[in-house]
Design a protein around this ligand. Structure first.
Ligand code: TTP
Ligand code: MG
Length: 362
């Protein structure tokens, strides 16, 4: 089945926000980063707009070097809070285009529209709508790559920046990739490139023309992965939270150590509510529930229960926590901190809203 995956990446993000807030900077080179101190400053460029890139400036370049190349540029310090707020506004818009949404960084996200559009033409129309909505509401531009896999969509969004849309149909993958330098594949940086270059692999076409077994023999697991990427074989799903995320947890320290059960119960309820807000928002289910408890004197214990399958049920978690807590009820010491952790996560819109009755016997 054909998949329609979008990778959306804002253009020169930090700089774009500053230009939107200060229209007088438009058309001038704008550099966000450390203070250049007229060429003697330390630190690096965070990002710069496309006008500044014409002078060879780029992210991570020493700010002193940037200043030498472009002394007439507008140099600004980054304002993380402001960028985070705008990032959230953009993500809130993107999220409305599909349930399969995954934010991957401050300015990039994947969307899967496989069940929403019928062909790449329709997909492109939606990409135009996304660009327009972000331009109209937030006044910044975004580039979008559309392809049958996540890795190809990411390569595509970078192809036609700024404000570009690049569509890679399955039958065009080979043509699209063959002349690109291998560093266009996410995960091949300046260091690993040297390794591939030495063996004569410079263009993505060289990967496509090398048999898979040869790639594995030469480069091991990583060789296999990039061979798959280059051949359009990457079946990773678009998830709502980072694949690396292993657990969701929260803990609270009491203002003064306590052995008052009602106080302890109310803390568990608070923590549980907080965690479930995020659990529900991101449609995550969990299998393992862990209680953490710290007594005065800092002895800390954890106790877990793993269920037979994934659930999403706030009341049930509280019951398990109280069950696990019973073991400590005779402890004479006062409690300093309590926490709850949910792990063994799975992203699922169908997270089972199980009833307590079902679990009454477990
Ligand atoms: P990127 O998406 O890599 O860069 P960009 O949005 O500025 O430019 P492009 O149009 O090529 O996408 O990173 C997003 C933001 O992250 C960027 O605006 C600033 C920040 N950043 C750094 O602070 N340091 C870095 O080295 C990089 C790469 C990014
Ligand atoms: Mg970007």
């Amino acid at each position: 089945m054909n998949r329609f995956i979008f990778h959306c990446d804002l253009d020169c993000f930090f700089a774009a926000v500053e230009i939107k807030d200060n229209p007088q900077y438009k058309g001038k080179p704008v550099i966000i980063g450390a203070d250049p101190k007229e060429g003697t400053g330390r630190g690096v460029v965070s990002t710069c707009n496309y006008e500044a890139r014409k002078f060879g400036l780029h992210s991570a370049m020493p700010i002193s070097q940037a200043y030498r190349r472009c002394p007439h540029g507008i140099y600004l310090r980054p304002d993380g809070k402001k960028y985070y707020k705008i990032s959230k506004e953009v993500m809130d818009i993107l999220e409305t285009y599909s349930n399969d949404f995954q934010r991957v960084g401050v300015d990039e996200a994947y969307l899967e529209l496989t069940e929403i559009v019928k062909n790449y033409e329709e997909a492109e129309e939606i990409a135009k709508k996304i660009q327009k909505e972000i331009q109209d509401k937030i006044s910044i531009t975004i580039s979008i790559g559309i392809a049958p896999t996540k890795s190809l969509a990411k390569i595509a969004s970078d192809e036609n920046k700024p404000n570009g849309i690049t569509v890679v149909k399955p039958e065009k993958i080979h043509n699209f990739l063959k002349d690109m330098d291998i560093t266009r594949i996410p995960g091949i940086g300046k260091k690993s490139k040297v390794y591939y270059y030495k063996k004569g692999i410079r263009k993505i076409g060289d990967i496509i023309n090398t048999p898979l077994l040869k790639m594995i023999e030469l480069f091991g697991k990583h060789g296999k992965w990039i061979w798959n990427v280059a051949n359009g074989l990457d079946n990773r799903k678009v998830k709502e939270f980072h694949e690396e995320r292993k657990s969701i947890s929260a803990e609270r320290t009491f203002f003064t150590d306590t052995d008052n059960f009602n106080e302890i119960l109310s803390k568990f309820e608070d923590i549980n509510k907080k965690i479930h807000k995020s659990i529900i928002k991101h449609q995550i289910a969990y299998k393992t529930i862990t209680l953490k408890i710290r007594f005065e004197g800092f002895q800390t214990y954890t106790r877990s229960k793993t269920l037979p399958f994934h659930i999403q049920n706030e009341k049930y978690v509280l019951n398990i926590i109280l069950q696990l807590f019973r073991e400590f009820s005779n402890n004479k010491k006062k409690i300093r901190l309590v926490g709850i952790k949910l792990s063994n996560l799975e992203r699922t819109p169908k997270a089972r809203q199980t009833s307590l009755i079902y679990y009454a016997s477990t």
